[in-house]
Write a protein that binds this ligand. Structure first.
Ligand code: C6P
Length: 405
C-alpha cells in the first residue's frame, strides 16, 4: 500500500490546515498517479502536434500515440476492435452521442425508453429530453429498499414497445453493482438497444463489454486515474456504422461537396475537430497502471473497503447508510441526524477529509430515498482502513460540535 500511495503525489500534499489529506471523493474524480502526470508532460515536451493531419514526424508520432491509447482502452474493456472506441470528454458526452446520433433519429411516438431509478443525471436527462422530443415514453424501473434494482420492476418496464434501455453499471450514490450482463440480456430479448453508464464501472470493477453484451458502454477517464476531459464510448461496430455523426466539422468527413458531405470511417466519424490528444494518451497510461495492479485486485480491495466503511459508519449514532449490499462499488452515501450534509462535508474538510455532499446529480434517486441531500465517502484502491477510521473519528467530532447542548 505504501508503494501504491507513493505513486500519487497529491496524497502527500499538506492540507491547508497542515494535516494529511484523506481523499474520499473518488467517485467525483480519482487522483492521478505519477506515470499519468509524466505522460502528459512528456507528450507536450516531446510529441505535441495535431493528429491525423500532418505528414511531419511529430504529427505521425502524436497520431501513433493517440491511436495506441485507443487500442489500450479497447483491450481494457474487452472491445474486440479499437474502431469501436470513440474518444469523448467523458461519460456525459458519450451518452449524449448515443442520444443524439442513435436515439433521436430512430425514436417514434409511443416508443419506450427504460432507465433505472438509480441513474445519474447524465444517464437520465438525455433520455428524458429525447423521449419528450419524440413523443416517446420514459419508464423508470424502481429499486428495492436495500438499494438493488428491483428485477420485477425492470421486467415490467420491458413489457412494451421498448426501444432503448439505459442503466448504470455501478451507482454513484448507493454503490450498487448491477448485474449488467443479465439485465442487458433481458433488454435485448425485449428488442431494445442497450446503453451502460460505466462512469463508476471502469474504475472499480473489471469490465468486458463483450461479456456484458451491451450495444454501448460509456466511461470517464478522469474517474479511472486519467486526465479530466478524457473518456470514451464503446459501441458495437454495426451500430456505429449505421449512425449519423454527432458533431460536424473537420476530421470527421470523407469528402465535402458544395451541397453535401460524406463521412469518415468510424471512429473518426465521431471525433470532429482536434481531440483531447494528451487526454487520450494520459488515459492510455492510466489503463497501463490499472492493468499492472490488476482490475480484479482493485475491485476486491475497494469493495471490501467500502463494505467496511458502511459498517463503521453504521456504528456512529444517528448515521443512516443507504444501500444494504452484499457487494459494493466504491461509494457509500449516508445522512447524519441533525447535521446537514454540506455542513458535515465542510467540517470534515477542516480536518483534511474530503467527501462529497449534495444531491450527487441523482435527484430522482434521492427523492426515492426520501432525502434532498446526502454525504458520500467514496474509496479508491489507494485508500486504507486507517483513513476510514479518521473519517469515523471526524464524524464523532462533528456530532459533538454540531449537536452539543
Ligand atoms: N459522477 C459524482 O461525484 P462525467 O462528469 O461525464 O465524467 O460523468 C458523469 C457521470 C455519469 N454517470 C455516473 C454514474 C457518474 O457517477 C457520473 C459522474 C460524479 O458522482 C460527478 S456528479
Amino acid at each position: 500500500m505504501e508503494e501504491i500511495r507513493q505513486d500519487f503525489p497529491i496524497l502527500h500534499e499538506p492540507t491547508p490546515g497542515g494535516g494529511r489529506l484523506v481523499y474520499l471523493d473518488n467517485a467525483a474524480t480519482s487522483q492521478k498517479p505519477r506515470s499519468v502526470i509524466d505522460a502528459l508532460q512528456d507528450y507536450y515536451e516531446t510529441t505535441n502536434a495535431n493528429v491525423h493531419r500532418g505528414v511531419h514526424v511529430l504529427a505521425e508520432k502524436a497520431t501513433q500515440a493517440y491511436e495506441d491509447a485507443r487500442i489500450k482502452v479497447a483491450e481494457f474493456i474487452g472491445a474486440p476492435d479499437p474502431r469501436s472506441v470513440i474518444f469523448t470528454r467523458g461519460t456525459t458526452e458519450a451518452i449524449n452521442l448515443v442520444a443524439w446520433s442513435w436515439a433521436r433519429p430512430r425514436l417514434r411516438p409511443g416508443d419506450r425508453i427504460v432507465v433505472t431509478r438509480m441513474e445519474h443525471h447524465s444517464n437520465f436527462v438525455p433520455w428524458q429530453a429525447m423521449a419528450r422530443a419524440a413523443g416517446a415514453e420514459l419508464v423508470i424501473a424502481d429499486i428495492r429498499d436495500d438499494g438493488t434494482l428491483d428485477p420485477d420492476a425492470f421486467q415490467r418496464a420491458l413489457d412494451g414497445p421498448v426501444k432503448l434501455v439505459a442503466l448504470a453499471h455501478v451507482s454513484n450514490v448507493l454503490g450498487t453493482v448491477n448485474p449488467v450482463a443479465d439485465l442487458v440480456a433481458r433488454a435485448r430479448e425485449a428488442g431494445a438497444v442497450t446503453v451502460v453508464d460505466g462512469a463508476q464501472g471502469t474504475p472499480h470493477v473489471p469490465v468486458d463489454v463483450e461479456a456484458i453484451g451491451c450495444d454501448f458502454y460509456a466511461l470517464s477517464g478522469h474517474k479511472m486515474l486519467g486526465p479530466t476531459g478524457s473518456g470514451a464510448l464503446y459501441g458495437r461496430l454495426e451500430r456505429l456504422e449505421a449512425m449519423e455523426p454527432f458533431l460536424y466539422g473537420g476530421e470527421m468527413i470523407s469528402k465535402v461537396h458544395d451541397d453535401h458531405s460524406t463521412w469518415a470511417e468510424i471512429p473518426h466519424k465521431f471525433e470532429a475537430g482536434t481531440p483531447h490528444i494528451a487526454g487520450a494518451i494520459g488515459l492510455g497510461e492510466a489503463v497501463d497502471y490499472l492493468r499492472r495492479l490488476g482490475p480484479d485486485r482493485v475491485h476486491r480491495w475497494e469493495s471490501d473497503l467500502a463494505t467496511y466503511t458502511a459498517a463503521r459508519l453504521r456504528e456512529v449514532p444517528g448515521v443512516r447508510v443507504f444501500g444494504d449490499l452484499p457487494e459494493r462499488g466504491g461509494a457509500v452515501s449516508f445522512v447524519t441526524e441533525g447535521i446537514h450534509p454540506h455542513d458535515l462535508a465542510q467540517y470534515l474538510d477542516q480536518l483534511g477529509i474530503a467527501i462529497r455532499a449534495g444531491h450527487l446529480c441523482a435527484q430522482p434517486l434521492l427523492r426515492r430515498l426520501g432525502v434532498t441531500a446526502v454525504s458520500r465517502a467514496s474509496v479508491a484502491f489507494y485508500n486504507t482502513a486507517e483513513e476510514i477510521g479518521l473519517l469515523v473519528d471526524g464524524l464523532h467530532r462533528a456530532r459533538s460540535f454540531f449537536l452539543r447542548g
